[in-house]
Design a binder for this molecule. Structure first.
Ligand code: B1M
Length: 222
């Protein structure tokens, strides 16, 4: 049992999606996260074990390496894809309630802004951290975040912005959300932001990278 979970972790860390994936070259022809996760579940490993002992620790390693600049966006994308290949097999268990996630994280790139590469990475890493992620896409307005909070009570929300112009839109989104739902945790991120800006607009947490967002979200439930 432990052996297959270790193999799955290794696939996620290395970005080995499935058997036909040529990346990474030294794992060519081997089963990837896709096949191994299916084998694990068919062999009796519980969905919770697969998530908690296989996928979450692996994504944590990946997120931390990225934070330390030991790997870069392409490697992290491959790991996130491998994780998604495994998550595909877990989805039915989440839907039936047989496996639980830590909570719901609603994320979007704020209104006026169409940059979504960083936001997508954050979404994938947070999902790999054991959270249900609801991705509202790009150009997201305050009303859409508020609708999502009403649909997923208790969720946390994440705002991403890449433009110095659109980061200003975060301020009104945070204001509108907090006015209606003062306890909703709001995380912000994106290249032009910093902690000072986060404090100025009244958001709860700024993270420069996806792993920081996962660590903060985890701290809100532990
Ligand atoms: Co745009 N663009 N762009 N662009 N673009 C920048 C951001 C820019 C810096 C380029 C430049 O001039 N040097 C500049 C902004 C300048 C400024 O505001 N000061 C710029 C501009 C001006 C524009 C347009 C206005 C250009 C024009 O049309 N005249 C236009 C705006 C469109 C709009 O949004 N309304 C525009 C358009 C585009 C494209 C569509 C062509 C494309 C976006 C494609 C897409 O996203 N699907 C694009 C791109 C690709 C870039 C650059 C080259 C790369 C951005 C990126 O994806 N980085 C960028 C220049 C650059 O950065 N070199 C640039 C990689 C990504 C992984 O990083 O998004 O920072 P990032 O995410 C990081 C962290 O920030 C963090 O985690 C991620 C991983 O570490 N993070 C979070 C992000 N969100 C987070 C949320 C969190 C936590 C962490 O919690 C919630």
């Amino acid at each position: 049992m432990e052996v297959i979970l270790k193999k799955i972790s290794k696939c996620v860390e290395a970005g080995k999606i499935d058997k036909i994936s040529p990346y990474p070259p030294d794992m060519k022809g081997q089963d990837g996260a896709d096949e191994l996760s299916k084998t694990a579940l068919d062999g009796g490993i519980s969905p919770t074990q697969l998530l908690d002992e296989g996928l979450v620790p692996a994504m944590e390693v990946v997120g931390n390496k990225f934070s330390r600049n030991e790997i870069f966006v392409p490697q992290m994308l491959m790991s996130a894809k491998a994780m998604s290949a495994a998550m595909k097999h877990l989805r039915p268990y989440f839907q039936s309630g047989a496996a639980k996630r830590k909570g719901v994280f609603v994320i979007g790139t704020v209104c006026g802004d169409l940059h979504d590469i960083g936001k997508n990475l954050v979404a994938m890493i947070v999902e790999g951290g054991g959270w249900e992620v609801v991705d509202l896409g790009v150009d997201v307005k305050a009303e859409q975040f508020i609708e999502a909070i009403e649909k997923y009570p208790g969720c946390s929300i994440g705002l991403s912005a890449l433009l110095t112009t659109t980061m200003e839109n975060m301020k009104s989104i945070v204001f509108d959300v907090k006015e209606k739902y003062s306890k909703t945790q709001i995380l912000v991120g994106g290249a032009p932001l910093n902690e000072e800006f986060c404090a100025k607009i009244g958001a709860d947490f700024y993270s420069p990278d996806p792993q920081g967002a996962v660590s903060y979200l985890n701290s809100t439930v532990s």
